[in-house]
Unconditional design. Structure first.
Length: 365
């Protein structure tokens, strides 16, 4: 009987796989000199914790410096499954999740009964790589959409209108204003149109400096957060147009989708936002399910000049994304090699003409 070598599977988990896991779990990870720094999603929901969860590449272990101590990637999956998905995972479930999710297929003969018992759950499924990843998609828990009635939709969002976002785009996306937090409200829906989160854009400069411009909305005792890496903003609206065009544009932020709609029309919208500078496997699957054959990466300009250290890091990041997904979908990248946009500007931030120039010169690796 075939079993699976859990030690070798653990050894096959690279720092990039861990990074992708953290993206999908909403931890907003960043690479560091020793590995990765992220939010403490081991005991907090996304957006609630501090950035005190460290992953050390040399040991292959996490260290939570606020509550959980040291643990491995399998234990992280167990914690997240319980906290975010409401599911009880054991070690077998966690290893199977990682192996299937990231295509790790390492087989070994069982050495003894304890090894065999440890992997009975895996064995009945046969070869890991033959399983359908869609069977392991986790549907985000929806919120009651009644909360949206608490927001003001009559007030004009002047800063965004001044940037060229059309009022009908704001209306379609149900963008409102929450006076209690002095925030622009941005509902997030899943592909089925269920409300899965609400992000707030702080208008108070001090609040934005301390807590960040964008954060999950907190009303009373309820925080309207979700795993950003397991959804795509605007997929509920753009899905049929992606199906028709066979193409999807992935921006970093929600405003870029609203600007794209304003420039080219709601009926021509093929945009989504990953709410960060990385694309997870879950997000790719959402686009494939929507019928996309081409993925256009349209991230912000994350370098000041061609050839500087930021440029080198950013080019490598985009190459890594291309290598990660190129076997699943055709990829092109809007890359400002002519430096026509400002530092950290999104491709749609400075008008239609610049966007079309970037589109015309998009790069295929």
């Amino acid at each position: 009987m075939i079993s699976y070598d859990k030690t070798k599977i653990r050894e096959a988990i690279t720092v990039d796989i861990v990074f992708d896991m953290l993206v999908e779990f909403g931890a907003e990870p960043q690479y560091s000199s020793f590995g990765i720094v992220s939010q403490t999603i081991c005991h907090n929901m996304p957006g609630e914790g501090s950035r005190k969860l460290y992953y050390y590449e040399n040991t292959g272990l996490f260290q939570c410096y606020t509550e959980c101590g040291s643990f491995d990637p399998f234990q992280l999956v167990i914690k997240v499954a319980n906290l975010q998905w409401g599911r009880t995972y054991d070690l077998n479930d966690a290893i199977r999740y990682i192996a299937i999710r990231y295509g790790i297929n390492i087989e070994a003969e069982a050495q003894n009964d304890s090894d065999l018992n440890d992997w009975l759950v895996l064995n009945k499924y046969g070869r890991i790589q033959s399983l359908d990843l869609k069977d392991y998609h986790v549907k985000l828990k929806p919120f009651d959409p009644y909360i949206l009635t608490r927001f003001n939709y009559d007030i004009k969002i002047k800063p965004w209108l001044d940037e060229g976002i059309a009022q009908d785009a704001l209306d379609t996306a149900h963008i409102g204003y929450y006076a209690g937090g002095a925030q622009i409200t941005i509902p997030h829906y899943d592909k089925d149109g269920d409300l899965v989160g609400i992000r707030g854009r702080a208008l108070d400069a001090t609040e934005a400096e301390i807590y960040g411009k964008y954060r999950p909305l907190l009303i009373g005792q309820t925080q309207y957060n979700h795993s950003l890496g397991m959804n795509l903003y605007n997929i509920n609206h753009s899905k049929p147009y992606i199906q028709e065009a066979k193409c999807a544009i992935v921006f970093e932020g929600e405003k870029s989708c609203l600007k794209y709609q304003s420039y080219f029309g709601l009926e021509n919208d093929i945009s989504v936002a990953c709410c960060g500078s990385n694309i997870s496997m879950w997000q790719l699957q959402l686009l494939l399910d929507a019928g996309a054959k081409e993925l256009v990466i349209a991230f912000d300009r994350q370098f000041q000049s061609i050839g500087d250290d930021e440029w080198k890091h950013w080019v490598q990041h985009l190459v890594n994304l291309n290598n990660k997904f190129k076997n699943y979908i055709n990829i092109s990248i809007l890359f400002d090699k002519d430096e026509i946009t400002g530092y950290k500007a999104a491709p749609v931030d400075e008008g239609v003409d610049k966007f079309l120039q970037l589109w015309k010169n998009k790069i295929r690796l």
